[in-house]
Design a protein around this ligand. Structure first.
Ligand code: IFM
Length: 442
């Protein structure tokens, strides 16, 4: 399959890239890496078959061939994350030379291949020692994060094209502390409110130290999921609105307007950490860009309890990924436009993740992931429509370069442009990889 659009339809300085994250691909048993709360969560039954990131895609050893794959596809940039426990195994103190050396080689490897390094400082692998001290419920974790950010910048900063502080604060806070689906697996509204705020304090403190270090091009990556009312009934529309507030407006409103959405604060206010108001100026300090991760929409019906957050998700009618996520490209166009009009104006936006899970079949002829090809094609069209409307989108990153550890779903769900055989670690580019290569070389 070919993309409908050609690369020439995008500006010459538009960046195409592929994205990954440390815990999902590196293999925490390779090299020296401290334990994170994901190791504990997996051991305690939080993941499919108790699977974990011990070996994952063995990227710690195989990174040169993985970067070659990024390059051969014709991408301009590679989005990766740094594992905090490789730099500070206990989440504090002197950084570990072996960890910094690894990322040093990796970043140099990108530059040797003419790939721009887009780094993310936190993609969920919180050092276990900090998780044991209440993790993101504890404001001190945010200060530790700023310290870690400084170590990374001091060593790698001169070669990074951009730095994102946090990946997907909604997952860090709500999914992990309210829904219990990610580490640390809590279901506690008070913990949730604290994490919803402290993760933004971490962002703010990290930006502060990086600005002092003159680190350029700082941003944050938010995930957004289109909140669709299951019916036109007032109660269902209200349920969708509350979902939208928690998921899609909470973080961007704080970052850009220095306040939390009033329709959500009506319920979360009693649980907020003391003195939260004093942090809002720092949280809303200027950014250089904002990243949006977009995958799907969800459908919301009133849950009948009359209690916050009012919604229960119901199955929708659209085609779905192997994880049941509906394909809804219009949602990406919607968020790019709304983000620009309501929050960011001229600030550069990046689509920092977009992709779909499929139960791919590896045959002698490779992997014919036609469903994924169609998904990418439709979503690139949506990005293009938003750009035609004037949204300053500066780049697009496919999730993910490789099949990898899909968190609570373990290795069962595959998102890669490249198939990974976890027994042999053999990489096989799928049809979607070839589609991107053709698109990028045209
Ligand atoms: O695999 C994740 C990634 O770590 C963060 N964004 C969503 C992806 C798919 O679930």
């Amino acid at each position: 399959m070919r993309m409908t659009l050609s690369r020439a339809a995008f500006p010459t300085d538009f960046r195409f890239g592929a994205a990954t994250a440390a815990y999902q691909i590196e293999g925490t048993r390779l090299g020296t890496c401290g334990r994170s709360h994901w190791d504990k969560f997996a051991r305690d039954g939080g993941t499919f078959n108790n699977e974990n990131g011990d070996i994952a895609c063995a990227h710690y050893d195989l990174w040169p061939q993985d970067l070659d794959l990024v390059k051969r596809a014709g991408f301009d940039a590679y989005r990766f994350s740094i594992a905090w426990p490789r730099i500070q195994p206990e989440g504090r103190g002197k950084p570990l030379a072996e960890g910094l050396d690894f990322y040093d080689r990796l970043v140099d490897g990108m530059l040797e291949r003419d790939l721009e390094p887009f780094a993310t400082l936190y993609h969920w692998d919180l050092p276990l020692a900090l998780a044991d001290r209440d993790g993101w419920r504890n404001r001190d974790t945010a200060l530790r994060f700023a310290d870690y950010s400084a170590h990374v910048c001091q060593r790698l900063g001169d070669r990074l094209a951009s730095v994102a502080t946090i990946n997907e604060p909604w997952c860090v806070a709500w999914l992990s502390h309210y829904e219990g689906a990610h580490a640390p697996g809590l279901k506690d509204i008070s913990a949730t409110a604290k994490a919803m705020h402290n993760i933004l304090v971490a962002h703010a403190e990290s930006v502060k130290v990086m600005r002092e270090l003159k680190q350029p091009n700082l941003g944050i990556v938010l995930n957004m999921e289109y909140s669709n009312p299951a019916t036109d009934k007032e109660a269902d529309r209200h349920a969708a609105q509350i979902h939208d507030g928690i998921y899609n407006r909470w973080f961007v409103e704080a970052l850009r307007k220095g306040r939390y959405p009033s329709d959500i604060m009506e319920y979360l206010d009693p649980y907020m950490p003391e003195g939260w108001q004093d942090d809002m100026d720092d949280i809303s300090a200027p950014l250089d860009w904002l990243g949006i991760n977009y995958y799907t929409r969800s459908n919301h019906a009133d849950n009948g309890t009359g209690a916050f957050p009012f919604s229960r998700t119901v199955t929708g009618p659209l085609p779905k990924s192997s994880m049941g996520w509906e394909t809804y490209p219009d949602g990406l166009e919607f968020f790019l436009k709304r983000t620009r009009s309501d929050y960011t104006g001229d600030l550069p936006l990046y689509v920092t993740e977009n992709g779909t899970a499929r139960h791919d079949r590896l045959t002698e002829d490779g992997v014919d992931d036609a469903g994924r090809c169609g998904y990418f094609n439709q979503h690139l069209e949506a990005v293009h429509r938003a750009m035609e409307d004037g949204v300053p989108v500066k780049g697009y990153f496919a999730w993910s370069l490789l099949d990898n550890f899909e968190w609570a779903f373990g290795y069962r769900e595959r998102f890669g442009l490249v198939h990974v055989d976890y027994e042999t670690q053999k990489r096989t580019p799928k049809a979607s990889y070839h589609m991107f290569r053709q698109f990028l070389e045209d």
